[in-house]
Design a protein around this ligand. Structure first.
Ligand code: GAP
Length: 511
């Protein structure tokens, strides 16, 4: 656990040191669970957004993108169910006065059982060596079985109690498991209560006429209310999708995991409208397609897993998360939900407007069913950044910190150095910058020894460095150094463009 904490602390410190993420309003001691993206963070975030947009919108003939407002008519949130049901169960510790999500306390307890089972398995694997059969051990060893069964029972009981709004039982479970305040160890808990996560605000100049509004807690509803506008003006035929990226706001009770759970964050969502009855086919399609998108970035297949929901929201008939192995373990990165016709029907009822599609093939009108893919941009940022950050021991025994971001997402693609600040080398380096800046983000650096400059770019995540030296004057060649392998090769300046375009083409990555 301490190890995970250390890794996570390093991620946070590195993100600050290299201009990726700052605490919001830091000079005023910050604002809890709100973060600002710095010069490199803004680029990385934009590149992730673009990578998503390219693959989801521009590469699909039947998906279009919109940009709806954050403010929406307040009835939207009544219709969507957020006013009545967008709640988290909270619990306070009477001694420490700290507030927690009751379900998260229980889930953390369950996760520890899983870790205990895993520990037993790892120990046994060491003991038995090559002859170890993990699957057999998992299904027969009484201690492992006990941990796993207990975990399952706890999660099932919590799911049932939350589903039935039985908050008394949620508290009883916390007490039975003797769950203590993680920070102080106290077990002196209040009752569990529901807490609505939407931020309220007002629209209008005078107190009497001002209208109560909410900051949107998800971008999806901006898509639903525009369903017919887009379908008609875009002459869209089912199946088709509407996507958007944008800010969402949630007054999270517990937000202590850096940019994993924020109060202001960004989502990338797509609602795919299908014929009723075909939703489960499309649900499977999107599960697979989205996982493929993640895998295209090369962060390691072992770092992803699906978590199929046993307990479904009242509007869903199937739902799964793509979980990622964050520095603090596997957690939700993206959700894929088969939302039925719940949202469009609810908006029909509350607005009095028809939100149907006339299907010429079936010669009938119907409210389409929806399959949603929803990913947090900041969470994706954390996934990429935390996996990319590596501490390497080199052959000579020295170590280097390297941020192995997927090249396609790196904020700066190329850094150009003159070996020395004289003999016309800076001018040539500057000319290279001017030539490639049209296509790639590029940085010029002439300070310090070249080795130090390489290390600086390794830590900042720049995949390629180009060094201009005296040989350049003779034969118009430069050194191209790769961040990940540290390999250097001599290439012609005139070949630079084609080499870079091969390495950095989105086609290569998304294919
Ligand atoms: N429209 C469906 C929806 O909003 P969700 O599971 O509540 O579903 C979708 O959120 C995704 O948004 C999550 O998988 C996560 O990546 C991201 N997300 C949700 N709450 C977040 C928060 N407080 N901070 C950062 N990302 C968040």
């Amino acid at each position: 656990m301490a190890n995970q904490d250390d890794t996570f602390k390093k991620v946070i410190a590195h993100a600050k040191e290299y201009g990726y993420i700052f605490q919001s309003s830091e000079i005023y001691d910050g604002l809890s669970a709100v973060y600002d993206y710095g010069q490199n963070g803004a680029e990385l975030k934009k590149n992730i957004r673009d990578y998503w947009w390219k693959s989801m919108v521009q590469m699909h003939q039947n998906i279009v993108g919109i940009d709806a407002a954050i403010f929406m008519h307040p009835t939207t949130w009544k219709a969507s169910g957020h006013v009545d049901a967008f709640n988290d169960p909270l619990i306070d510790n009477k001694d420490s006065k700290k507030r927690y999500r009751a379900d998260v306390l229980i889930e953390d307890y369950a996760e520890k059982l899983l870790q205990k089972a895993q520990k037993e398995i790892t120990k046994a694997a060491k003991r038995f060596g090559d002859s170890f059969d993990e699957e057999q051990y998992k299904t027969t060893n009484p201690r492992v079985l006990g941990y796993l069964q207990k975990r399952e029972d706890i999660l099932a009981r919590m799911g049932k109690s939350l589903g039935n709004e039985d908050l008394v039982d949620v508290k009883a479970l916390i007490e039975e498991l003797e769950i203590a305040d993680p920070e102080t160890g106290s077990k002196n808990w209040t009752d569990v209560r529901q807490f609505n996560l939407m931020f309220g605000t007002k629209l209008g100049a005078s107190a009497e006429t001002a209208m109560d509004l909410y900051l949107r807690p998800e971008t999806a509803q901006g898509i639903f209310v525009n369903f017919l506008n887009v379908q008609k003006t875009g002459r869209m035929k089912i199946p088709f999708g509407i996507a958007q990226t944008g800010k969402a706001f949630r007054n999270e009770i517990v937000a202590r995991q850096f940019i994993f759970r924020m109060r202001e964050f960004e989502q990338m969502e797509m609602q795919f409208f299908v014929q009723p009855g075909e939703e489960l086919k499309w649900y499977e399609y999107w599960k697979e397609t989205r996982l493929k998108w993640h895998l295209s970035l090369g962060l390691g297949e072992e770092n992803y897993r699906f978590h199929d929901h046993d307990k479904l929201a009242h509007y869903a008939n199937a739902a799964a998360d793509i979980e990622f192995n964050f520095p603090f373990g596997f957690k939700e990165l993206e959700g894929i939900h088969s939302r039925t016709d719940f949202d469009l029907k609810a908006h029909e009822e509350h607005s009095g407007k028809k939100l149907k599609f006339f299907d010429p093939q079936r010669n009938e009108s119907y409210v389409p069913y929806v399959v949603e893919t929803s990913i947090g941009l900041d969470r994706m940022f954390l996934a990429v950044f935390s996996k990319a950050l590596q501490e390497e021991t080199l052959e000579d025994g020295s170590s280097r910190t390297v941020l192995k971001l997927p090249n396609i997402l790196a904020p700066t693609k190329v850094a150009v150095f003159p070996l020395v600040k004289k003999d016309g080398l800076p001018e040539i380096a500057q000319q290279i910058v001017d030539d490639i800046k049209w296509d790639y983000t590029v940085l010029y650096d002439e300070k310090d020894a070249v080795g130090k400059r390489y290390r600086r770019q390794d830590a900042a995540g720049t995949p390629f460095c180009i060094t201009v030296d005296h040989e350049t004057l003779e034969n118009q060649t430069v050194t191209l150094r790769e961040r990940d392998t540290m390999k250097q090769k001599r290439i012609k300046i005139s070949d630079l463009q084609s080499i870079l375009s091969e390495e950095l083409s989105i086609k290569k990555w998304l294919n």
